[in-house]
Design a protein around this ligand. Sequence first.
Ligand SMILES: Cc1ncc(COP(=O)(O)O)c(C=O)c1O
Length: 405
Amino acid sequence: MRRVYFDHSATTPVHPLVAEEVYRFMTEHNYGNPSSLHYFGQIARKALDESREKVAKAIGAKSEEIIFTSGGTESDNMAIHGAALTNIKRGNHVITSAVEHHAALNAVKALAKQGFSVTVLPVDQYGMVNVDDVEKAITDKTILISIMHANNEVGTIMPIAEIGKVVKDRGIIFHVDAVQSLGKIPVNVDDLGIDLLTVSGHKIYGPKGIGALYVRKGTRWRPTLFHGGAQERLRRAGTENVPGIVGLGKAAELAMENMEAENKRLLTLRDKLIGEVTKRFSHVRLTGHPTIRLPNHASFVFEYIEGESVLLSLDMKGIAASTGSACASGSLEPSHVLLSMGIPHEIAHGSIRLTLGAGNTEEDVDYFLEAMGPIVERFRSMSPLSEEIDYNKNIKDPGNLQSYC
Ligand SMILES: Cc1ncc(COP(=O)(O)O)c(C=O)c1O
């Protein structure tokens, strides 16, 4: 059966050159502990240093500002808790947005339970945070602002550079989750005014379970999650995952090399997908911003349809898609992102996310479009809801979205 992988926001296949590097550090160089002073340790140490440089280069940072972690979730928690607890004497107010990944949102919620005051900013119908709202939310107690660069569920790219300008010179720490944006759009910590930045390996064709946190030199931040050894210059205790780190470094290097050409290619496929889906099917709307979105990201809500049922049918045709966040699957609750955008509960259940990547071709898009026709028709004809619900109610102005065609 033909297999089409349209779930690159959930995870990406490991690039063969990355796999080669990881394998090398699990075989020939496998036993060196980078903290050991002998020959074996020093090979591992050198590999860590080189990877640190590659990751730093990908985001315009200095290598000593990179801390290796176990992935995006750890980096988000480390950034948010570290910044909040380090600055508690200066203030107790934290700002975030309603559409953050749960790794950040739940980290901020945990702070609220510890007595921090939290502002969760709303988003517009495209899932975009308003820069004025950020400015208005700042008080003299604000110590941390955490906003993602690009949304994993709807692909919208946030106005990070503008927020960076608002935050600048106010003594507030600015954390950005760049898990979905790195390798797809330019991420430069100086241009964007970022103090802390989260990176994850498995979204950029690297291994799972490896990531990094960028901490700008001079930022009032200290590690608060782990207590242990002196690894990562006392910033992240625990023996380093050398093969994973080597893989992350290689993945970051390749992502920078390939970004421009690959994204041009994916943009064409994405636009065909969005154009055809909104043209061929009725009662479907694009979710997220029509243009300020990731070049590989197409996401929709189909009315009168359960996203999960569509996914299973697509899977039977060999097509791997998602209803939104992989982390939220298995939950009956519709996505917090879609609800925050004003999409009603019933419609949010019909969400489908198609995220393109390295292996995808135009034939994949055509194959999907052909497969999707009968699936939509079947589920719509079975839906008892199709004649009962006024689906326009509660929807925020859809603006110039190609909706309800
Ligand atoms: C925006 C965002 N942040 C954080 C994470 C968590 O990263 P990890 O899977 O490496 O823990 C993800 C993963 O889906 C994500 O999309």
